[in-house]
Write a protein that binds this ligand. Sequence first.
Ligand SMILES: NC(=O)c1ccc[n+]([C@@H]2O[C@H](COP(=O)([O-])OP(=O)(O)OC[C@H]3O[C@@H](n4cnc5c(N)ncnc54)[C@H](O)[C@@H]3O)[C@@H](O)[C@H]2O)c1
Ligand SMILES: O=c1ccn([C@@H]2O[C@H](COP(=O)(O)OP(=O)(O)O[C@H]3O[C@H](CO)[C@H](O)[C@H](O)[C@H]3O)[C@@H](O)[C@H]2O)c(=O)[nH]1
Length: 333
Amino acid sequence: MLVTGGAGFIGSHMVLALLDRGEKVVVVDDLSTGSRQLVPIAAPLVRATIADIGAMRQVIRDYGVTDVIHFAGSISVPESIRDPLDYYANNTVGTQRLAGICREMGVARLIFSSTAAVYAAAACDRGAPVAETAATDPASPYGRSKLMAEDILRDSASAYGLSVAVLRYFNVAGADPHARAGQINPNGTHLLKVALDAALGRRGSVSIYGTDYPTADGTGVRDYIHVSDLIEAHLLMLDHLRRHDGVHLYNCGYGQGVTVRQLIEAVEMVVGRPVPKIDAPRREGDLAQVVADASRLVADLGWRPRYDRVEHIVAHALQWEMAQERAHRTGWS
Ligand SMILES: NC(=O)c1ccc[n+]([C@@H]2O[C@H](COP(=O)([O-])OP(=O)(O)OC[C@H]3O[C@@H](n4cnc5c(N)ncnc54)[C@H](O)[C@@H]3O)[C@@H](O)[C@H]2O)c1
Ligand SMILES: O=c1ccn([C@@H]2O[C@H](COP(=O)(O)OP(=O)(O)O[C@H]3O[C@H](CO)[C@H](O)[C@H](O)[C@H]3O)[C@@H](O)[C@H]2O)c(=O)[nH]1
């Protein structure tokens, strides 16, 4: 099993879960945002970009890879607006190259990390959960870079017989309940990371981007999914893909909308300290609300989330942050 981006936030949880159930895993990661520290010793880490066809060919050959879970990519909506070409290169061209090498080397299955950012604003902003059948029309280069990658994989599936699962994640957060992995990128911009940093005094405040959205309290609504529940969906997907060829598409979320203010309140409650916050203008490329209809995942794969309360997500993320602080103090990071 090859996990691209396995030194990153979500990929490292995937590696742990695969090892936990006895699979052999190799990781390819260029460590652009990931960290060697997140990769367990039992999983060899090859430091390379997925665009390096020679390196990828060698990894797939050396480790006899038949299945790929493809997390490697660039993930920030605002960054994609500032530098769209980087996003198309890394997410779209990178995936196209990976599909080519999978075809050449006879890889059987690939699971792809896509995103809710592919959906059209009109489909999301009605307020109802968005199903896989909703219209796509991304509001950002990030979303477009991922939607094009989805198309490349779908076409590769029908032309070359690669079996593909596209998983559209909503907002992934939290950390391993045993604090073995978590968010490590010091430049992380996701709301929970920023709010926790503000609560822990590592940054001055959190800006609330937009307070005039047509939502319950005027702030943006997202569907935060605990990373461990997301990983469980990947394990189920992998088993399903091993029994069923073709192309599969699933949303991954809880169907629960949480506003920016509600998430910050949950941080205040769990940490037990106020979070300094500043009202700020809307952020370009943001939608008012993005909530998943994940009933397909539940019906087809029997997915049963375990951590679908926002307090779980915040508590596990905090536990990880505390473990990191201890490790830094004692020189173990
Ligand atoms: N975090 C979320 O809320 C979220 C939501 C939807 C989709 N996703 C997708 O999930 C995937 C993982 O996201 P994450 O939150 O773990 O981010 P992350 O930045 O922690 O992980 C990405 C990993 O990929 C590596 N990487 C990036 N480009 C690479 C390349 N060209 N070659 C090799 N390695 C490369 C990075 O070093 C990092 O370890 C991404 O594809 C992202 O678009 C994430
Ligand atoms: O400092 C911050 C950071 C975020 N937000 C707000 O919090 C919400 C969530 O923002 P994030 O930056 O945490 O996440 P996004 O919704 O922008 O995007 C994330 O989820 C998407 C899917 O919904 C994509 O997959 C993408 O990879 C991932 O970055 C948004 O309303 C945003 O405006 C703030 O108010 N202040």
